[in-house]
Every structure is written in structure tokens, then in C-alpha cells.
Design a protein around this ligand. Structure first.
Ligand SMILES: [Ca+2]
Length: 422
């Protein structure tokens, strides 16, 4: 650079610095009003590490796009604690939080428990219809009405038993003011047909922002029923959407189609034990148990086919291919993310607090076989980071929910209730 250029640069900087400001001086008339000081929590930079999955996959399938599996690992840098509030639940399956901060927890054998935030467990609340609690069945999920303060309603999934077999059903009942009993239990949905088996009931519940109830089901874990996931005349292997009175949502995609099971919202699913609404986009996310490999996270959209059992990133448990052994097909949705080997993802929740700022809007998934809690960082509907939490506890995590103050609560098949937070 020549001396003259440097000189003119310095000169212009000097002139700029001396130039009178065009801005009027700010006259502050609000001196006597105290402005609230809002301190935004600092969000630490994402710390990327090696992918968390280090075991060999069960299949040799390739992902459809980069970041669909084995994405970069991430590590939480904010200190947090995890505490066992109680080890004394009996096969808990579903957990949600009441507006007063108490937890509602289902026990698979057919009991509802109110658990205080100190871990103390209330008496068994019963009053459910005939449940088949063998195998994967029982009293399964529970969700608190969005209008609980006014209506005191709780919604449940359970494996309803009849002489024809069992099916995933949804019921609702009112929790008494003293929180010791359920009144007026009423069935509002049955994922027909009945089948004589005790597997793949799916069965999570989540309310959308319009007040409709999403329900997930499973394919009933039999070669006989597997193709039901692809057919629209039944409730197996689906996500359903109903009003709280049990009628299908009026804008459901197949509501006017002849011979269709009108509560259907989306189909082609194997066994969905996790549902959560994205707090930013309002999108519906689902976790799905794959066979040997091929556990999935899907973004569920109206009328879409999620592929089971035509496409899968997993194999049969005996190692043979599923169907034609393909992972992609026109007209079928790709999972946003998948795991091979399987971790058996179950209940899940988005983290919507800033108590741990770097967790905000991340997806937390309880895993059974994996025996940890997955944390996924999602950006533009893609997974960009995966972390595994509480992996040294030796617990099969079944469900997870958010507390009122930015803490997470998780339950395990072995009967523990964890509080995770600061
Ligand atoms: Ca799929």
C-alpha cells in the first residue's frame, strides 16, 4: 500500500471521527420509571465431539442424506444434576405434570399414582376397564388436559382386553379434587381390530395447539398384522387425531375416503412410543421402535406414509431382510434420523425452558435398550447433534416430561423416577 493511500485513509477516518453527529441528543423523560432489567441467559457454544454411537451397525444400509444417522456428538457444558426421587414405582409407563407441580404416573399393572416433587408416592388410583397387562400391554400413557384447571380431565392409553383379543384404546376420566380417585372413566377411541397378541401397542398421547389429541399405535408385532400399517381401514401402525369427545378431527386426511378408519392422520409406522410437539414450529415428532436396527425419529405430517414395513433401515431379528430389503421408495417418507444398532426409543419431550439455556428446544428421548436419555439438537428439521445422558445408571428409560421450573422428570422400567436439572 502506498504512503498516499494510507494517508488518505487516515484522513478520512479523522474527518469521520470529527464529523458532527446528525442525531439529536436523546432526552430521557422516563427517568422516574424503573425499567425491568432482563438478563438473557448466555447460551454456550455447542461443543461438538465424536459421534456417540461407536458400535457396529446391524445392517449395511446407507443413509438417504448426510446427518440422518450417527451425526456429531455434542456435550452439555452447563452443570446439571440428576437425582433419584424415588426407586419405588412399579413398572411406570407414562408421566405428565399437573398445573400444581405434582406428577401423574401410570403403572403398567393398571394403577395411576400422584407423585409429589419430593418423590413421595400417593395411593393407587384405579377405575380402569379390563386391561391386558401381559407382554407390552397395560395401563400405558397419561396426558393432562390442556384445560385441567377447569375440567380436571386426564387422558390415558391402555391395552383393552376382550374375548376377541386386545387393542390400544384411549380413555378419559376426571381426577377428584383431593387427587385420590378417578371419576366417570369413558373410552373415546379404539385402534381396531382386536388382535390376539400382547405386543406393539404403540401408545403415546399429545395434544396439539388446536386442542386435538394425537395418538400413536403399533403394528401388533405379528407377521399377520404387519401390513395393517400400510392399509387405511384399521388403527394399527398409525398416528391418529381426534377431538376429546372421540370424534375424528374434521380436517383429517382420509375423513371422506370410503372404508377408511377416519381418525388416521399418518400411517406406515411400526411401534411409536414417543410423541412431542415442537415448541417453535408446532410440528409433530415421533420416535419409533425399529426391528434389528432402524429405530427412527419422524416428523409426522398429515396423510403421509412413513414406510413400514415396505422400507426400513433395520432387519428381522433373525438377520434376514424386511420385505425387499429397501430403505427408500417413492411416496414414502424418510426418517429425519435413525439408529442402527437399536436403542429402543420410547417417550420424549422438547425442552422449553431456559434453566439450562443450551437445551432450549432440544428433543429428549427416553431409551429402553440404550439405557440412556438421548438429547437431539434439531435445526431446520434436521438433527445436527446427539448426546447420551444418564448412560451409567443401568436403567431402561420409558418416558420423560418437563416440570414447571425447567427440570426434566424421567421414569424407568425398574421403577425409578429421576429429576434432571439444576
Ligand atoms: Ca419409517
Amino acid at each position: 500500500m502506498s504512503k498516499s493511500i494510507i494517508f488518505s485513509l487516515l484522513l478520512s477516518l479523522f474527518l469521520f471521527a470529527c464529523a458532527p453527529s446528525n442525531q439529536e441528543p436523546i432526552i430521557d423523560n422516563d427517568d422516574d420509571i424503573e425499567e425491568p432489567i432482563i438478563i438473557e441467559p448466555e447460551v454456550p457454544d455447542i461443543v461438538f465431539v465424536d459421534p456417540v454411537e461407536t458400535n457396529l451397525p446391524n445392517t449395511s444400509y446407507f443413509p438417504a442424506f448426510e446427518g440422518q444417522t450417527r451425526v456429531s456428538g455434542v456435550k452439555t457444558t452447563t452443570p446439571f444434576t440428576s437425582t433419584v426421587l424415588t426407586p419405588s414405582l412399579s413398572e411406570p409407563w407414562g408421566i405428565d405434570i399437573l398445573p400444581n407441580g405434582d406428577l401423574v404416573v401410570t403403572e403398567k399393572s393398571g394403577k395411576l399414582r400422584i407423585v409429589k416433587s419430593d418423590g413421595s408416592i400417593g395411593p393407587a388410583i384405579t377405575g380402569f376397564p379390563a386391561i391386558n397387562s401381559s407382554g407390552q400391554g397395560g395401563l400405558l400413557d397419561v396426558v393432562v388436559s390442556p384445560q385441567f384447571t377447569q375440567d380436571r380431565m386426564l387422558y390415558f392409553t391402555l391395552s383393552l382386553q376382550s374375548s376377541q383379543g386386545s387393542l390400544t384404546a384411549v380413555g378419559k376420566a376426571q381426577l377428584s379434587n383431593d387427587q385420590t380417585s378417578l371419576n366417570n372413566f369413558e373410552l373415546i377411541y379404539e385402534a381396531t381390530p382386536y388382535f390376539n397378541g400382547t405386543g406393539h401397542y404403540g401408545s403415546r398421547l399429545v395434544f396439539d395447539k388446536a386442542g386435538y389429541l394425537f395418538i400413536s399405535t403399533g403394528d401388533r408385532q405379528s407377521i399377520q398384522t404387519r401390513m395393517n400399517s400400510q392399509n387405511l381401514d384399521n388403527g394399527h401402525g398409525k398416528v391418529l387425531r381426534i377431538s376429546t369427545d372421540g370424534t375424528p378431527a374434521q380436517d383429517n386426511p382420509f375423513i371422506n375416503q370410503d372404508n377408511s378408519h377416519t381418525p388416521i392422520y399418518a400411517y406406515g409406522l411400526r411401534n411409536v412410543q414417543g410423541l412431542a410437539i415442537d415448541p417453535v414450529t408446532g410440528g409433530l415428532w415421533a420416535s419409533e421402535m425399529g426391528p434389528l436396527g432402524g429405530d427412527e425419529v419422524n416428523l409426522i405430517q398429515s396423510s403421509k406414509n412413513y414406510g413400514w414395513p415396505i422400507i426400513s433401515y433395520g432387519k428381522e431379528y433373525n438377520g434376514v431382510s424386511i420385505g425387499e430389503g429397501i430403505t427408500q421408495q417413492e411416496g414414502m417418507e424418510q426418517p429425519v434420523y435413525y439408529w442402527d444398532p437399536s436403542i429402543a426409543p420410547s417417550g420424549m419431550t422438547f425442552y422449553t425452558s431456559n434453566m439450562i439455556p443450551e437445551w432450549e428446544n432440544n428433543l429428549f428421548i427416553a431409551t429402553l435398550r440404550g439405557q440412556h436419555i438421548v438429547r437431539l439438537i434439531i435445526k431446520d428439521n434436521r438433527v445436527i447433534g446427539e448426546e447420551r445422558l444418564l448412560g451409567n445408571e443401568g436403567q431402561r428409560f420409558r418416558d420423560i416430561t418437563m416440570g414447571l421450573n425447567g427440570e426434566l422428570y424421567a421414569i424407568t422400567d425398574q421403577g425409578r423416577l429421576y429429576r434432571i436439572g439444576q
